[in-house]
Design a protein around this ligand. Structure first.
Ligand code: EPZ
Length: 430
């Protein structure tokens, strides 16, 4: 058991280099299952979700070699099973990409239901509807394992998604990339990591057009050859540092980013009064001596404001002038972290999908608990601006998605460290 100890009050300044995108990496690593030759994946973030998905591939029989901190060599050829049902599979959400990838390779998949952050109900009905349209019969075994089976190759077809879903769009691309004929996904999600996955598959010889728009057309191919591919920068990690530096009224050059992917975040920061300048692969965020003011913020699928930056912005909005109104349109229960912010003195009221955030309410350090990955990031930001000491527990959530967050924040001037908690003390505070 470990926790973060944060002494608030320091202003963040300097430069930070953003890692590869978690949500692209956790899709591209299982996508290698479809490849007929070994691949090398670069710019992989060194986070626990990546370690876990790489381990799951290894358990399936793939040869996975870590070349350096951010590069993996994956040889998927030895994989000879389509069953992924052990406990590690339940440990993360993105393990559902095994379904699409295994169906794409074997026309069959048997995968344990995914875990991941809890935002209320996280259905996979759209995934299953899509697999069925491609020709796989899907059943839920004992309420815990998805079994998709077919005795022939998937057949290309048109699939209209009832909900704009990142996971479904990715999973159907994986299941259709080697299908017979053409698959059309309508009302597809447009997130940068969907485009990244399409670029990865196309570089191997796939034929996918329209990724990044709401209609994706996939013509099935027989063979995917090995490549070296570098994952895009993490839009959400970048947004987290942008929110953190604004909250502490500092100045930060955020490097290794694609500014286009950050447009909705940049626009919102400018609206509240932060100076943001875009370069080719970096953004400068300057909140020094600026008067920051309230805003309304609504999360939407890309290119709207990302739900994965909502908690970090709520933490920022506690520091600005006026009362902000935040509406969460993607998940029905993504405010669990708010009760922890209340323990730090925040004035936030939540009614269903709307949070009303009073600004300029001084926060004070407190023992708090990460409730999920991005909620944990919001509590770190709150700890950085609070007076006194914040002790953040359940940091395994944060470490699922942020590479070296303590080291990166310390290099910017934050007073944050990781502390080991003996088992018996952890049991008392749990
Ligand atoms: C991905 O989750 C991300 N996870 C999430 O990031 C992110 O919050 C989410 O997309 C939205 O951007 C990964 O990429 C691993 P969805 P995903 O399918 O794919 C409903 C983070 O912090 N829906 O786009 O699971 C669903 O209930 C994580 O990094 C259905 O109704 O999200 C939700 O309301 C957390 N039926 C909406 O669609 C389905 O079959 C969007 O979900 C599937 C989804």
């Amino acid at each position: 058991m470990e926790k973060y100890i944060i002494n608030g009050g320091n202003v963040l300044n300097g430069e930070v280099t953003v890692s590869g995108a978690k949500n692209a990496a956790v899709a591209i690593i299982p996508a290698t299952i479809l490849c007929d030759e070994p691949c090398r994946i670069e710019n992989i973030p060194n986070i626990s979700d990546v370690t876990l998905i790489a381990k799951i591939l290894q358990n399936l029989g793939a040869k996975v070699t870590r070349v350096n901190k951010s590069t993996l060599d994956i040889d998927p050829r030895p994989i000879n099973t389509y069953c992924a049902v052990d406990d590690s599979v339940r440990g993360m959400r993105a393990s559902y990409y095994l379904l699409g990838a295994l169906i794409g390779r074997f026309n069959n998949a048997r995968v344990a239901m995914p875990g991941g952050c809890n935002f209320g109900v996280r259905p996979i009905d759209q995934h299953l509807k899509g697999f069925a349209a491609l020709g796989a019969e899907c059943e839920l075994l004992n309420g815990a394992i998805v079994d998709a089976h077919s005795d022939r190759r998937m057949q290309g077809t048109s699939i209209y998604l009832d909900t704009v879903s990142v996971g479904t769009t990715i999973n159907l691309m994986l299941a259709a990339v080697k299908a017979e004929g053409q698959t059309i996904i309508e009302n597809a999600a447009k997130e940068p990591h969907i485009v990244d996955l399409a670029n990865f598959l196309n570089s191997m010889g796939a034929s996918i057009r329209g990724a990044g728009t709401d209609v994706i057309k996939i013509r099935g191919v027989d063979y995917l050859h090995g490549i070296t591919y570098s994952i895009i920068p993490d839009q959400i990690e970048a947004g987290t540092y942008m929110a953190a530096v604004a909250a502490t009224r500092g100045k930060l050059l955020v490097k290794n980013v694609t500014p286009k992917h950050l447009e909705s975040i940049t626009a919102k920061l400018r609206e509240i009064g932060v100076y943001v300048e875009e370069y080719d692969e970096a953004v400068l965020v300057d909140a020094t001596e600026r008067r920051l003011r309230r805003c309304n913020l609504k999360t939407m699928p890309h290119p709207g404001f990302p739900t994965d930056c909502q908690p970090q912005f709520v933490a920022l909005l506690t520091t600005v002038e006026g009362t902000s109104i935040v509406t969460e349109n993607v998940w029905d229960n993504r405010y669990q972290y708010v009760r922890e912010l209340l323990l730090m003195g925040a004035h936030i009221s939540v009614e269903s999908r709307v949070a009303i955030v009073d600004g300029q309410v001084p926060l004070h350090g407190a023992p708090v608990k990460a409730t999920d990955l991005r909620g944990g990031a919001a509590l770190i930001i709150a700890g950085l601006v609070a007076s006194g000491t914040t002790e953040l527990s359940s940091i395994h959530y944060v470490e699922r998605g942020y590479e070296e967050i303590v080291e990166k924040l310390r290099a910017l001037g934050a007073d944050i460290k990781k502390q080991y908690v003996p088992e018996d003390e952890a049991a008392v505070t749990a």
